[in-house]
Design a protein around this ligand. Structure first.
Ligand SMILES: [Zn+2]
Length: 110
């Protein structure tokens, strides 16, 4: 599983190891141009993982802040930082979602 994540977050196909995952920095290819592996499965898969990862991404810092005594005055700069991190981490989150999806699919098909 770790090897899949390691491949996809750098834009490589988890099946054939070709750099075919991203169309642009923020957009996934629908499928691998080399081996035909479907990255964007509309039925399930990566959107579920993406949702979970996104939630974790936003909720975790908030929980930490509340734990250390959250002050509303810090909300705006923290929100701006979160949005920047969020945009910056898009390829990472997309890659991670594809890796998890591929991992569970390849596991369940065995
Ligand atoms: Zn491939």
């Amino acid at each position: 599983m770790i090897q899949y994540i390691n491949l996809t977050i750098r834009g490589y196909c988890p099946k054939c190891n070709k750099k075919s995952l991203f169309l642009t920095r923020f957009k996934l290819n629908e499928l691998c141009g080399n081996c035909g592996l479907v990255f964007l499965d509309n039925n399930d898969g990566i959107w579920f993982f993406l949702l979970v990862i996104d939630r974790a991404f936003f909720i975790f810092p908030l929980v930490v802040l509340m734990y250390f005594g959250f002050k509303p005055i810090y909300f705006i700069p923290i929100a701006i930082i979160l949005i920047i991190v969020f945009i910056y981490s898009t390829p990472f989150r997309l890659g991670l979602s594809v890796a998890l999806d591929y991992f569970f699919k390849s596991k369940s098909s065995k």
